[in-house]
Design a protein around this ligand. Structure first.
Ligand code: SAM
Length: 596
């Protein structure tokens, strides 16, 4: 039985680089034989579309709560197509969960064959393979391997001279993939025009044995995932280098933390041209999950960012006290909280599996597209979405994203978006903060523009003068990015726009221009992604209403509102008399809510 659970674990584990096969053979903690696991995944992936169809039509996921879509797909493959059937004792509950439906499954499998006009299983197999190749061929053409150069340990120039020395420069993403080539073997390189220090190479290129990868000089990070740190820290030079500390509130596994550190390193090196670079602790990076925090710490160390980053392992960002003196110099915060992951697409040579959708999701308006490979376990997502404080996710994380892709109904998405909004509101309350970014790898409006609309309408945003970082204020590469915020969700299957969504009616066209979107399946070579930046104006800080916590504990605090003019606290009380008794109690409170 461990065979199926091991296969699920492999398919949902973080992508650590290397070929898919080598990852299975090098994996620890597997109980089944690597050869068996590999064969099961490869064979099942050839039939995924049919198996998904059969499982959906027989509706076993609605009744068999022990089965996740991925587990069901692997089991039903063995049940219907392998000679020996399911490799588990006959009395095993998971085997029974499938075999209870054998008549229905067989009937749906036969119908799927007949629908494709195939008289035999062999013909059926050929037709299914053709279908699969047609679907995958496009994916592999579009998605390259993105490589970010880490300025702490190296520089783009140095990497072009060394790791990429024998790579031929091409002038478009499409040129990375000439049809019928063995693209992974061709050494082609495209310098990304939007994100500094980012290059794209053909899909399948493997750097995991290169010294640059092992030493943390290069980091395999998708382009869209580079947007938030660049949006936050921008194009700065020695004259206007970033001032103040930074917080990455939802940081594991650490791509954006290490990207922030890399950008800061670049700026600081420019400032200290002739002198030795002397990195300073400037970033607080945390994750509520202790398990994922370990990966975060490893990634920070590998990137050489220890002198710049303080990792707070297992720290819930919502429990961080913005008024704690150690955060008084925090000027920028990056928030990339848990999301539905509905924008995630396969990024490496792991077989792409089209998974069955449970009935619940098939009928949900904002339900995801057919799931691609991603983390499993709906219960974790549910728990996460319904709890105020994050529970340790027990499912293996999938790269940056820790939530299963595509299995969420509207209720779950709503809970998740509530949590996302709370997290960013908390960020907006840091007394010295002037810049905040919010990002998700979701395509759903409810997690993206709708969260932005709620944040702009929140008390903390209005009182502290937060607004969106407008397109014309964004770093050059992102200002030129053409895919901006939207008012309508897209149909997950056809991509067609759905009707206007009221949740974003308060956003102006300028606001939508300020938001950045990425979509899968277009010529940009990315998955679905969203990011928006918030800033506080210098003018807003001169005459702004600031909420000051009476208590140091955010959970117990009673906010009071004070008016600030020209950088000074105005001691006028709420009723303007200066005699408000509530305020008298707080006379000794240190001033803590003041923008730049
Ligand atoms: C999308 S992932 C972050 C990916 C990361 N930014 C990167 O670029 O590598 C979301 C992370 O947020 C963490 N998280 C969710 N809620 C949190 C909270 N309240 N405080 C801290 N971390 C939280 C999850 O454990 C998860 O690791």
């Amino acid at each position: 039985m461990s065979l199926y659970f091991d296969a699920v674990a492999i398919l949902t584990a973080p992508s650590t680089g290397g070929s898919f096969k080598s990852r299975i053979y090098n994996a620890r903690n597997l109980r089944a034989s690597p050869a068996q696991i590999y064969a099961l995944i490869i064979e099942a992936s050839k039939w995924d579309r049919v198996l998904a169809e059969v499982i959906e039509k027989s509706d076993i996921l609605s009744v068999e709560r022990k089965l996740t879509p991925l587990l069901a797909l692997l089991l039903v493959y063995d049940h219907l197509l392998s000679k020996k059937g399911i490799a588990a004792p006959a009395a095993h509950p998971i085997r029974q969960a499938v075999e209870r439906h054998k008549v229905r499954l067989k009937a749906e499998f036969t119908k799927a064959r007949v629908r494709r006009g195939c008289a035999s299983v062999d013909q059926f197999k050929a037709a299914v393979l053709k279908e699969k190749r047609e679907a995958d061929g496009t994916n592999q053409f579009v998605y390259p391997r993105w490589v970010r150069v880490n300025n702490i340990r190296s520089s783009l120039d140095e990497q072009l001279r060394t790791t990429f020395a024998d790579y031929e420069r091409v002038d478009s993403l499409a040129a990375l993939a000439a049809p019928d080539d063995d693209r992974s073997k061709r050494k082609l390189l495209y310098l990304d025009p939007n994100i500094p220090d980012l290059v794209a190479v053909p899909f399948g290129a493997d750097f995991t044995s290169s010294s640059a990868y092992k030493n943390g000089e290069i980091i395999l990070q998708d382009k869209a995932s580079c947007f938030p740190a660049y949006l936050l820290l921008g194009d700065r030079d020695a004259k206007n280098a970033w001032q103040g500390d930074l917080v990455d509130g939802c940081a594991a596994p650490g791509n954006k933390t290490t990207h922030m550190a890399s950008i800061l390193a670049q700026q600081q090196k420019q400032m200290q041209q002739d002198r030795q670079w002397n990195p300073q602790k400037q970033i607080f990076s945390m994750d509520a999950s202790k398990l994922r925090s370990k990966t975060l710490q490893k990634m920070v160390s590998l990137a050489g960012a220890d002198p710049m980053v303080t990792v707070l392992q297992g720290q819930d960002f919502l429990a961080l006290d913005p008024d704690d003196p150690q955060y008084e110099n925090v000027t920028g915060l990056l928030l990339d909280p848990s999301c539905s992951g509905s924008g995630i697409v396969g990024r490496d040579d792991v077989p792409q599996l089209t998974l069955p959708r449970p009935k619940l999701v098939q009928s949900a308006k904002a339900g995801g597209k057919k799931r691609k490979r991603g983390a499993e376990n709906h219960d974790d997502a549910d728990e996460l979405a319904s709890n105020v404080t994050l529970a340790e996710p027990s499912a293996a994380p999938s790269d940056e994203n820790d939530i299963p892709t595509g299995t969420m109904d509207n209720e779950r998405l709503t809970k998740l978006s509530n949590l996302q909004a709370r997290i960013v509101e908390h960020a907006l309350s840091f007394p010295s903060a002037t810049h905040v970014t919010y990002s998700t790898c979701s395509v759903h409006l409810i997690e993206n523009e709708a969260v932005v609309a709620r944040l702009l309408a929140s008390d903390v945003a209005r009182e502290r003068g937060w607004r969106l970082l407008r397109r014309e204020e964004q770093p050059d590469g992102l200002r030129r990015w053409i895919h901006r915020g939207v008012r309508r969700d897209r149909d997950p299957d056809t991509g067609a726009e759905l009707q206007d969504d009221e949740s974003v009616s308060a956003l102006t066209e300028k606001d939508l221009e300020a938001c950045l979107r990425c979509w899968s399946g277009d010529s940009e070579g990315l998955g679905g992604f969203f990011v928006a930046g918030f800033v506080r104006d210098a003018e807003a800080s001169h005459t702004t209403l600031v909420t000051q916590s009476v208590s140091k504990s955010p959970a117990k605090s009673t906010p009071r509102t004070l008016k600030v003019e020209h950088g000074k606290e105005n001691t006028k009380t709420k009723n303007g008399t200066g005699n408000d008794s509530e305020e008298d109690d707080d006379e000794d409170e240190e001033w803590s809510g003041f923008s730049d």
